[in-house]
Ligand binder design. Structure first.
Ligand code: BGC
Ligand code: BGC
Length: 613
């Protein structure tokens, strides 16, 4: 039996408010546009319930103070509406408040999975919530509780582990950190548990996100009606990525049976709900051919009725549009009736509002369903104390990227490193020893070590946000005179170094743009490794990646190998462990595949390195 998270008085408050609302005000609460597609004036006039920043939905210039001003302008606009219902602003703070230049960027979830440290993840949740609240935001689209089974998936790094129990444990910790002293405290941040459900169970090749034939003809992004892809085009060679496998599995179809769905993919939702999560995001993916955004059985019968979820379900970005492509009214009806409560529109809010109004007046969406959706959204707003304190304390701004949070991120980085080979105990590197050759552009690139979802949706190379590169960390720890750096590894014949450290990385990516048919190192990376190998007696390789890559052929040439995942801004944490100031304690939370025939993971796959217990 579902029990409301609200007191009897609060429930009466919600019921009274609902009774006062006009049809249009109710529809306004369900509507979530992206901030670039809406003005504060519209928020007031239409009584909108939410606004979001998509990946890279930043103010210009991108500073914490500007973020706060932007969010608060929308909040003031909501408070100025007829009923003054506060706004719930949403962001993807998925590894720290990652859209904000200057925020602390923590390791992506795959790295946190390797720490196996729930207390650490709880503290990261709290620090993230404080930085988010500092900018006036009380809702983050995290944690992803995906349980990746096929690491060719571009969202693998969003998952803590392939193991449901570990995912549940760490997701609950993050949620506890988001909650802090209580959901109604000023710095609590509403989690969005995503993506419901079995987003990570899709079959390679089943994604229909991109019409590959049409893409081959349409070279000009502006001719595409798909705005998401139009945005994606702007700084990516998109056709090139398609050849590498982009959008082959992300948003695809999970062909698993219900017993597997329940045993593997549902448990973290149950755990998150028990921890008080009041928002869940629907997955773009399908189950047995039916889009999750239209899946009444899973959204309503299972999530709401069986698991007793009393919060609200938000759709993903343009997610409802995919149900019946080109037939928007049918999409709206199917999604809301299936159990979606708030729609991440995100572009054309008037089209959405008009469509819902027609459907309710025409009887295709029952009034009771509309009321239920609004009640759920208002419930979350009351639970967050938004009616009492819609504005967060501006003094919190000094916490964004503060020393204490960066120290925490550094600790997380150190705990996330997994040492997979160390012949002859070449690690740790010795202070005061012979000069160490550090090679590779990626050794000195904060953007690369942060990966996707950092300042922009895809993330990017270079100093996109303040942080410490691995090279800077090594120089700090060993002393600049002990570190020789070569970006390209083109070295003179002399001298020969005793130890070389090569850092190689995946290019930053997010979502289906990171789907890859092949997970081997690039020819350039193999060549760099070969050049440095020839100049060093011993070779240490540090890999920055959002997933295990196929390194079986190269590994015999390496003396030591460290998986560093996507550590974020605090590269000093890598140096701390490489140089022995802290021990290697990270453990694989995924099997490390031997070759491509081990993907997707099967019970009988022989991993190169298995997930550790
Ligand atoms: C937005 C992201 C969003 C994506 C949807 C991007 O343009 O910036 O926030 O997740 O589109 O696929
Ligand atoms: C992603 C979500 C994200 C949303 C908002 C979508 O593209 O799938 O994970 O929360 O955009 O940025």
């Amino acid at each position: 039996m579902p029990t409301s998270p609200l007191t009897a008085t609060e429930q009466r408050f919600v019921a009274q408010l609902l009774a006062e609302m006009t049809l249009d005000e109710k529809i306004g609460q369900l509507t979530q546009p992206e901030k670039n597609s809406v003005t504060p004036e519209q928020v007031t006039r239409l009584g909108l319930g939410s606004v979001l920043s998509g990946g890279g939905g930043n103010p210009d210039p991108n500073t914490p103070a500007n973020w706060r001003a932007m969010v608060m302008a929308f909040q003031e606009a909501a408070l100025a509406s007829r009923l003054g219902i506060p706004l719930l602003y949403g962001v993807d703070a998925v590894h720290g408040h990652n859209n904000v230049v200057g925020a602390t960027i923590f390791p992506h979830n795959i790295g946190l999975g390797a720490t196996r440290d729930p207390d650490l993840v709880r503290r990261i949740g709290r620090a993230t919530a404080l930085e988010v609240a500092a900018t006036g935001v009380r809702w983050s689209f995290a944690p992803a509780v995906s349980i990746p089974q096929d690491v060719r998936w571009g969202r693998s790094y969003e998952g803590y582990s392939q193991d449901p129990a570990l995912v549940s444990e760490l997701a609950v910790s993050l949620i506890e950190g988001f909650r802090g002293d209580g959901w109604d405290s000023e710095t609590a941040v509403l989690p969005s548990v995503k993506h419901f459900v079995a987003d990570a169970a899709a079959t390679w090749g089943s994604s229909k996100r991109v019409n590959r034939e049409a893409m081959a003809e349409v070279q000009n992004a502006d001719q595409s009606t798909d705005q998401t892809l139009a945005i994606a085009h702007m700084d990516q060679s998109f056709t090139e990525l398609l050849k590498l496998g982009a959008w082959q599995i992300d948003q695809g179809d999970a062909e698993i049976d219900e017993a597997t769905l329940r045993a593997v993919h549902l448990p973290p939702y149950r755990a998150a709900l028990e921890a008080g999560a009041l928002n869940v995001m629907a997955s773009y993916s399908s189950w047995q051919g039916l889009k999750m955004h239209a899946h009444q059985y899973l959204l309503t019968d299972v999530l709401k009725d069986e698991l007793g979820f009393e919060g609200f379900v938000v759709s993903d970005w343009e997610g409802i549009d995919q149900i019946f492509p080109g037939e928007y009214d049918r999409c709206v009806v199917a999604a809301l009736n299936a159990g979606i409560d708030m729609v991440m529109v995100p572009f054309d809010l008037n089209r959405f509002i008009d469509s819902v109004r027609r459907a309710v007046l025409g009887g295709q969406i029952p009034h009771t369903r509309l009321d239920d959706a609004v009640r759920r959204i208002l419930t979350a707003k009351v639970a967050l104390g938004l009616f009492e304190h819609p504005r967060t304390d501006p003094a919190l701004l000094e916490l964004v990227g503060c020393d204490a949070h960066r120290a925490l991120a550094r600790e997380a980085v150190a705990k996330s490193l997994v040492m997979l080979k160390n012949d002859g105990d070449i690690l740790p590197l010795r202070r005061g020893g012979p000069a160490v050759l550090v090679a590779g552009l990626d050794a000195d690139d904060v953007g690369v070590q942060c990966g996707g979802w950092t300042v922009s949706w895809m993330g990017g190379r270079g100093p996109t946000t303040p942080g410490t590169s691995i090279l800077a960390g090594l120089r700090h720890t060993l002393g600049a005179e002990q570190v020789q750096y070569s970006a390209d590894g083109q070295l003179d014949a002399e001298p020969e170094y005793e130890v070389g450290v090569v850092v190689v990385a995946e290019e930053p990516y997010a979502e289906g743009m990171g789907d890859r048919a092949s997970l081997t190192l690039s020819a350039d990376q193999v060549a760099l490794l070969g050049r440095v190998r020839a100049r060093c007696q011993r070779l240490v390789v540090v890999l920055l990646s959002g997933r295990p890559l196929l390194i079986t052929e190269e590994l015999p040439h390496w003396d030591a190998f460290v998986a560093a995942w996507l550590p974020g801004t605090e590269g000093q944490g890598v140096a701390d462990v490489l140089c022995g100031d802290l021990p290697f304690t990270g453990r694989l939370s995924f099997d490390w595949p031997q070759n491509s025939s081990d993907l997707p993971r099967r019970a009988d796959s022989a991993a190169l390195f298995p997930m550790e217990p």
